[in-house]
Design a protein. Structure first.
Length: 162
C-alpha cells in the first residue's frame, strides 16, 4: 500500500493475497480505529496483535514479527510514531495476575486516551495510594517519569517524606 487510504474506500483484497506481517493466512484489512486509515492487509491473528500494539502492549511473538507489526501500525499518517521500546509487557506478565474484566477495560481505555502504557497508570495509582497511606521507606524514582526506563542513569533512590 503506497498511498494512504481511508477504511471503507479501500480496494478489495485479492484472493491470492497473504498476510503482510507473517506471510500466512487469508488477510483482512487492518485500519487505525482512531483515525480510520488503512494500515495493512493482515491475517486475523496479526490483526489482533496490532490491537495489542495500539494499546501499547507487547504481544508474545518473535522479535522480527513484532518489529514488522510496529512498522505496519505506524503506517497511519496521523498516529504518533511508535517503537518497540515504547511497548509495555502484558499486565498479567508484570503482575502475575489478571484484573477483573471491567477494571481491565477501564485501564485499557485510560491508557489509550492518555497514550501511556497500562502498567505506568497502575504504578502511578499505587504510588498515590502509598503516599496517602503514609507508608515510609525507600523507593526508586524515574528521573524521566518513564517507569519502564530502568537505565541506571535514569534511576534515583529516594526516602519517603513521611
Amino acid at each position: 500500500m503506497s498511498e494512504p487510504v481511508k477504511y471503507g474506500s479501500h480496494p478489495q483484497i485479492p484472493l491470492e493475497a497473504i498476510c503482510e506481517a507473517c506471510g500466512k493466512g487469508r488477510p483482512v484489512t487492518d485500519h487505525c480505529h482512531e483515525h480510520g486509515w488503512v494500515r495493512a492487509r493482515v491475517c486475523r491473528h496479526c490483526n489482533a496483535l496490532l490491537g495489542l500494539i495500539d494499546r501499547r502492549i507487547t504481544p508474545k511473538v518473535e522479535s522480527v514479527l513484532l518489529a514488522v507489526l510496529v512498522a505496519l501500525r505506524n503506517r497511519c499518517p496521523e498516529c504518533d510514531g511508535l517503537g518497540v521500546s515504547d511497548l509495555s509487557p502484558a499486565l498479567e506478565d508484570v503482575m502475575g495476575a489478571r484484573l477483573p474484566t471491567d477494571l481491565h477495560e477501564w485501564l485499557r481505555r485510560e491508557a489509550f486516551e492518555l497514550r501511556e502504557p497500562m502498567n505506568a497508570i497502575v504504578v502511578a495509582a499505587l504510588e498515590e495510594r502509598r503516599a496517602r497511606s503514609g507508608a515510609r521507606g525507600r523507593w526508586v524514582y524515574h528521573k524521566d517519569g518513564d517507569p519502564l526506563n530502568n537505565d541506571p542513569a535514569n534511576l534515583e533512590i529516594r526516602e519517603s517524606e513521611r
